[in-house]
Each structure stands twice: as C-alpha cells, then as structure tokens.
Design a protein around this ligand. Structure first.
Ligand code: HEC
Ligand code: HEC
Length: 140
C-alpha cells in the first residue's frame, strides 16, 4: 500500500515538473505552430556618425561609424580594404587599418596583413538606435 502511494506521488511529481518545463520553453518566433507565419523581427537601422565614436577604453576596437550592408567579407574578398588599406585610405579620407594589424607595422601593406584579423566583425561592429536590453553601467 505504502509502495503504491510513493509511486503515485513520484508519477504526479514527474508529470507536474515536465509540464512546468514545457510551459517555460519559448521559441524566439513565439508560441506559434510550425506552419504559421511569425511577425518579422524588428530591424533597426545602422547609425552613421561623422567623426566616429569615442572609445570607451584605450585599446577598444573602434566602433564602425558607417553602414556596412553593402560590404562583403569572404575567404578571398574583403571590401573594407577598398577604403581602409594602406594604399587606399588617403584617397578615401578614411582612417588606415591600425598598424597593429600588420606583421610588419612599420611597412604596412596588403601582403603582410595578419590573416587572423581578416574577419573585421569579430572586433569592429556598427551601432543601431535601439533601447538597451539590459542596463549598462560600464565606466560609471
Ligand atoms: C567607402 C569607403 C569605406 C568602406 C568600404 C569602409 N569604410 Fe570604414 N570608414 C570610412 C570612413 C571615411 C571612416 C571615417 C568616418 C568618420 O570618422 O567620419 C570610416 C571609419 C571606420 C572605423 C572607425 C575608426 C575609428 O578610429 O574610429 C572603423 C572601425 C571602420 N571604418 C571599419 C570598417 C570596416 C570593418 C569595413 C568593412 C566592413 C569598412 N570600414 C568599410 C570609409 C569606409
Ligand atoms: C582581433 C580583433 C580585431 C580584428 C579582427 C580587426 N581589428 Fe581593427 N582594431 C582592433 C583593435 C583592438 C583596435 C584598436 C587598437 C589598435 O590600434 O590596435 C583596432 C583599430 C582599428 C582601426 C583604427 C585605426 C586608427 O588609427 O584609429 C581601424 C580603421 C581598424 N581597426 C580596421 C580594421 C579592419 C578593416 C579590419 C578587418 C580587415 C580589422 N580592423 C580587424 C581589433 C581588431
């Protein structure tokens, strides 16, 4: 008798907790059946800031102060070099890619660019006009 009660209690508990877990799982597209169309996510516009953004600390990778939707970075193509490379930046009035990104910082050229830094977005990102998801007190 005692055994049955315990088993029943355990079953009730398991059922209850799995239902609770099910209620907590929420997908990013909302509680919608697979064949229903979700509301498209809000797309924020990338901001342009003349003069660039102030760095929050000395060695911060500077934020990108312009649009990047037309830029392309793939295995063998990087359109950022069109304006930021050692031999193009002057004509484009853009800051040159930091000397720290070259194997020979005193003679920077496309040939001695450090390939580990090829995917600029690893460190440099643009900004959008958006409400922060959480409060940020960095630097305060
Ligand atoms: C058409 C030319 C052009 C292209 C292409 C371009 N940029 Fe720029 N970029 C600029 C100019 C001009 C500035 C300076 C803007 C200003 O300060 O007003 C700038 C500024 C920046 C800065 C800020 C530097 C600092 O010290 O504040 C970063 C970072 C940057 N660009 C990264 C990129 C990356 C990464 C790409 C490729 C995805 C890219 N840019 C493509 C022209 C370009
Ligand atoms: C691993 C991180 C990393 C990657 C990848 C990277 N950068 Fe940077 N970048 C930095 C940091 C950190 C700084 C600031 C400190 C410095 O100059 O080294 C910087 C500085 C810069 C600056 C400012 C130079 C100045 O004089 O103000 C430009 C422009 C820039 N990077 C462009 C690029 C471009 C274009 C790419 C891709 C081809 C790229 N970076 C890839 C980390 C990175």
């Amino acid at each position: 008798m005692k055994k049955i009660t315990l088993a029943a209690m355990a079953a009730t508990f398991l059922l209850g907790s799995s239902m609770l877990a099910m209620a907590e799982v929420k997908s990013l597209r909302g509680d919608l059946p697979l064949d229903a169309k979700a509301k498209p996510p809000h797309k924020a516009r990338v901001m342009s800031k003349s003069g660039g953004y102030k760095r929050a600390w000395k060695l911060q990778p500077p934020l990108i102060p312009h649009k990047i939707d037309k830029e392309r970075i793939s295995l063998d193509e990087n359109s950022c070099f069109r304006c930021h490379a050692p031999d193009t930046y002057k004509a484009e009035k853009a800051p040159m890619i930091s000397k720290s990104h070259f194997k020979d910082p005193e003679h920077p050229s496309d040939k001695n660019f450090i390939r580990r830094r090829w995917f600029c977005y690893q460190c440099h990102v643009p900004q959008v006009e958006a409400k922060p998801l959480v409060e940020n007190v960095f630097g305060q």
